[in-house]
Ligand binder design. Structure first.
Ligand code: CO
Length: 210
């Protein structure tokens, strides 16, 4: 017995609803995608990109991993970023973290999580570099919330330090990199006001173009 029958039934009902409201919808999308945004978010099932910003298929390009990390040796994320910037010419890259992130908590706690700790080590670096600010907070919830925000800001800078973003800026392509954090408690996104849209905003040591 196929235990996924419910999902396939849902899919048929959804496709039929979409077709009814816009008969040419799938034909249009099959021909091309033209999203303006790349979302780099957490894999958490409670943070689905399209639904949160109420966009249809075709409107947002998405990369998700545990705790929305951008690592310079991660060819998966870099390939998504390159395709989004160079080919799709998205105008906005949005790194989206969320409060209550299990990946952030796992990194914060001094526990052995096995292989995943090697991925979460990237967040431990953020924690260690900001330990004075984090330790000054009164309780663990506040520290974890701040760590979620600091992680987003760090990953925004990692996007900006890539050759992909910098080459786009040097050829005059419009590209802004933003940092947001999502609250599971009320479904609202917060802009962390760390948008970068020119190479001049990144430290000189990280620039690959003069
Ligand atoms: Co998460």
């Amino acid at each position: 017995m196929n235990t996924l029958d419910g999902l396939l039934d849902n899919n048929r009902a959804w496709a039929s609803r979409v077709k009814t409201s816009d008969p040419g919808f799938f034909e249009k999308l099959a021909a091309q995608q033209n999203p303006e945004y790349l979302w780099i978010g957490c894999s958490d099932s409670r943070v689905p990109a399209n639904q949160i910003v109420d966009l249809l298929p075709g409107e947002i390009f998405v990369h998700r991993n545990v705790a929305n990390v951008v690592v310079h040796t991660d060819f998966n994320c870099l390939t998504v970023l390159q395709y989004a910037v160079d080919v799709l010419k998205v105008k906005h890259v949005i790194v989206v973290g969320h409060y209550g992130c299990g990946g952030i908590l796992a990194a914060y706690e001094n526990k052995d999580n096995g292989l995943a700790d090697n991925w979460l080590r990237n967040i431990k670096d953020v924690q260690y570099r900001n330990s004075a600010e984090l330790d000054a907070l009164p309780d663990e919830e506040a520290r974890l919330d701040l760590l979620c925000e600091l992680n987003v800001k760090t990953q925004v800078s990692h996007v900006c330090h890539t050759t992909i973003a910098q080459r786009a800026w040097s050829r005059g392509q419009e590209l802004a990199v933003h940092g947001w954090v999502y609250s599971l408690k009320d479904g609202l996104l917060k802009d962390l006001d760390c948008t970068v849209d020119t190479v001049e905003q990144i430290p000189k040591a990280y620039r690959v173009t003069s």
